[in-house]
Design a protein around this ligand. Structure first.
Ligand SMILES: [Zn+2]
Length: 246
């Protein structure tokens, strides 16, 4: 039994080449998906075809949403519709309260609230009809076999970075963030961590390259542009289909 993470997607919001950034933590047959990007079913299928156990929307009993930007949450409707109307197995959604409170009104309600029949009678559902909701209050929580800790990042909307711990191993994820040395210190307490890099409000690769070699060795780049070369550079890039064990 070890803590493992599989790389579902490495791309940014504009990618035409990759799946959007997404990670799947696994331990002892239990899973925690980090974010639900658009075309989630396809991203999960592609993950399985690149090695490891096959996964599908039915494999995802727990999903944690880091923030409400479309490239991180655009596949949640697909997951929740599938689980309610096809396989009738509710899943659990985890997020910091600011994110969880915004999911329904800010993202999902328009397409998921109304069920109109052929006579135009409308039945209304809420997010709790689709999923069990778990606000991440405080600083740590246990989710199945995973011990989680989180903290806010610097982004346009409330966003949480994560550390996932099991079996004395910890794997971190920056989620979307500007360059923030205090966040990197926090992530650097992991055995391995994924850090975003991108343009604009995101973290420039040049800033990450100023970090100590021991920090860069523990880091895997994710959420990179289509023109980033993942084969070269002083910091290793995460690749779709990879599985890391710690
Ligand atoms: Zn974002």
């Amino acid at each position: 039994m070890t803590l493992a993470v599989r790389v579902v997607g490495v791309g940014d919001a504009f990618t035409a080449q990759y799946h959007h950034a997404c990670l799947l933590f696994e331990r002892d047959g239990e899973r925690l998906l980090i974010d639900a990007p658009p075309a989630l079913a396809r991203a999960l299928k592609d993950l399985g075809t690149r090695g490891g156990e096959l996964v599908s929307l039915d494999s995802i009993d727990r999903v944690l949403i880091t923030h409400v930007h479309g490239d991180h949450v655009g596949g949640l409707e697909q997951l929740l519709f599938w689980r309610r109307f096809v396989t009738q197995r509710k899943c659990s959604v985890y997020a910091i309260p600011e994110v969880l409170n915004d999911l329904w009104d800010g993202r999902l309600r328009g397409g998921m609230e109304q069920l109109m029949d052929r006579d135009h009678h409308i039945r209304k559902l809420s997010l709790t009809d689709y999923a069990d909701l778990h606000p991440l209050e405080g600083e740590t929580a246990r989710i199945g076999p995973f011990e989680l800790s989180w903290r806010n990042t610097i982004h346009h909307v409330p966003t949480s970075a994560l550390r996932v711990r099991a079996d004395n191993a910890t794997i971190g994820y920056s989620a979307d963030t500007a360059f923030d040395p205090t966040l990197i210190d926090w992530l650097n307490q992991s055995d391995l961590f994924f850090h975003e890099t991108n343009l604009g409000v995101h973290t420039p690769i040049e800033s990450l390259l100023t970090l100590a070699p021991t920090t860069r060795e523990r880091m895997r780049l994710i959420h990179y542009t289509d023109w980033h070369d993942p084969e070269t550079g002083d910091i290793a890039s995460a690749r779709e289909g990879e599985r890391y064990e710690r």
